[in-house]
Design a protein. Structure first.
Length: 442
């Protein structure tokens, strides 16, 4: 493809160069032809005036045209190669070269000797003496030729134009090769990079310098590869995170069931309740994974509408109030109007996730405060608690998918550190709303 493109570019440059030279040659020859045609017309007009003056001089006022003087004009007329006849005012022929002693043969011989060309169509010139028309002179002048010096000049100009055209064509071919190589080299680099990436070299990038459109294409290609690589890392991390998330509840279910089967543990209501909690946790994980997958898909859509964040928090807090009471946690609501444009269902999921995380992490006797309001032009939804908090080195990963963070032991028989559900504020919920850490512009 690159070779074909290079040949096409070189051919295009050559065609432009040769075409320009050819067009110049045509225009120059047209201009010369017009000038020489004008030159010949002027010569013919001059000969017509000369002949008209000569025949007028042979007119004598009392007697009319002097035939003897007209015969004397015969050799001069024959030397012009023209055919001439003189007619008086009555239309009678007064004198003709054909009827003269010289005859038409002399004029024809002169035309052949001088290569003056064929005779032109007959033209007429009125002869006047003292302002009075005394006759009409009918002429057939030879076509005439361009002088030899003028012909040589024209041939030399055409030769120079031919040499210049050939030089322009060769220069165009050379420039075409140079520019084609400069244009094809980055395209070839992009093609090779793409093929090496396809072959499995994920570190390969297109190396193209400059700031033209092809360089911008190369940078866009590299950005695309970086984005694909990041997505691959995310997918691999997601698979590892899913396995990690599911491993703990499955291990708990297996250990408890094996203990019951071996008779080590009695299937007491406490054990059954613990197993039931683990199955619920598995259900929540699967549901959140399904939701997160749909959030990345094309079918996922938001239905934004104007709503008050305080009205979003109130029903969620009411639904979870009994759970806070069961775990001896105090839930405080400080709700001020904060109108935003958002999807009510998704925002409720965010609030639910934040409060359920607080239920898991805040120790008994703790306090959870939920507040909404307007701060510096931003609608703010804030959840504060006196739980263990997030380690400083994990704060930057709050919006990552499935951020791994150890969780203190909360359940009987759970001797391994575990983390909460899928993130304190899931990426798909917050970022699809274009929030900035639970802040939404008015």
């Amino acid at each position: 493809m690159a070779s074909s493109l290079g040949r096409r570019l070189t051919f295009a440059f050559a065609v432009v160069g040769l075409g320009s030279a050819l067009l110049t040659a045509v225009l120059v020859n047209v201009a010369f032809r017009d000038q020489f045609d004008s030159y010949l017309d002027q010569q013919r007009a001059g000969r017509e005036r000369q002949l008209a003056t000569a025949f007028t001089s042979a007119y004598d006022t009392p007697e009319g045209f002097d035939l003897g003087r007209l015969d004397q004009l015969g050799p001069a007329v024959a030397m012009t190669g023209a055919e001439v006849r003189l007619v008086d005012g009555t239309g009678a022929v007064v004198w003709s070269l054909t009827d003269s002693q010289m005859g038409p043969d002399m004029a024809r011989m002169h035309r052949e000797m001088t290569s003056s060309g064929r005779l032109l169509p007959e033209a007429s010139v009125s002869l006047t003496v003292g302002g009075k028309s005394v006759g009409t002179l009918f002429l057939r002048l030879p076509e005439g030729t361009v002088p030899l010096a003028d012909q040589e000049f024209r041939r030399s100009v055409n030769a120079l134009l031919a040499v210049g055209g050939l030089g322009a064509g060769l220069a165009a071919v050379g420039l075409g090769v140079v520019f084609a190589r400069r244009m094809i080299r980055p395209l070839t680099e992009l093609t090779v990079a793409a093929r090496e990436l396809q072959a499995g070299d994920r570190t390969r990038r297109a190396v193209v310098g400059g700031s033209d459109e092809i360089a911008q294409l190369a940078r866009a290609f590299n950005d695309l590869v970086e984005s694909v690589e990041r997505e691959d890392v995310i997918r691999r991390s997601l698979a590892a995170d899913v396995a990690h998330e599911l491993r703990t509840p499955l291990a708990i279910l297996r250990s408890h069931l094996e203990a019951v089967q071996d008779g080590v543990t009695e299937p007491t209501p406490t054990v059954v309740s613990s197993l039931h909690d683990e199955t619920l946790r598995l259900g929540r994980l699967v549901a959140d994974l399904e939701t997160m997958t749909s959030a990345d898909g094309v079918a996922f859509t938001l239905r934004p509408q104007m709503l008050d964040l305080s009205e979003v928090v109130t029903p969620v807090a009411s639904d979870l109030e009994h759970r806070f009471q069961e775990q001896r946690l105090q839930l405080i609501l400080d709700l001020q109007p904060a109108v935003v444009s958002g999807d009510e269902t998704r925002l409720r999921q965010v609030v639910t996730n934040l409060l359920t995380n607080a239920l898991k992490f805040v120790p008994p006797g703790g306090t959870v405060t939920v507040s909404t309001g307007i701060t510096e032009g931003w609608a703010v939804l804030e959840v504060r608690d006196d739980g263990p908090g997030i380690p400083p080195d994990e704060v930057g990963r709050v919006f990552d998918r499935l951020p791994r963070q150890p969780m203190p032991n909360r359940r009987l028989g759970d001797r391994t550190g575990r983390r909460g559900d899928i993130g304190p504020c899931p990426w798909w919920r917050c970022h699809r709303h274009q929030h900035r850490r639970a802040r939404d512009p008015l």
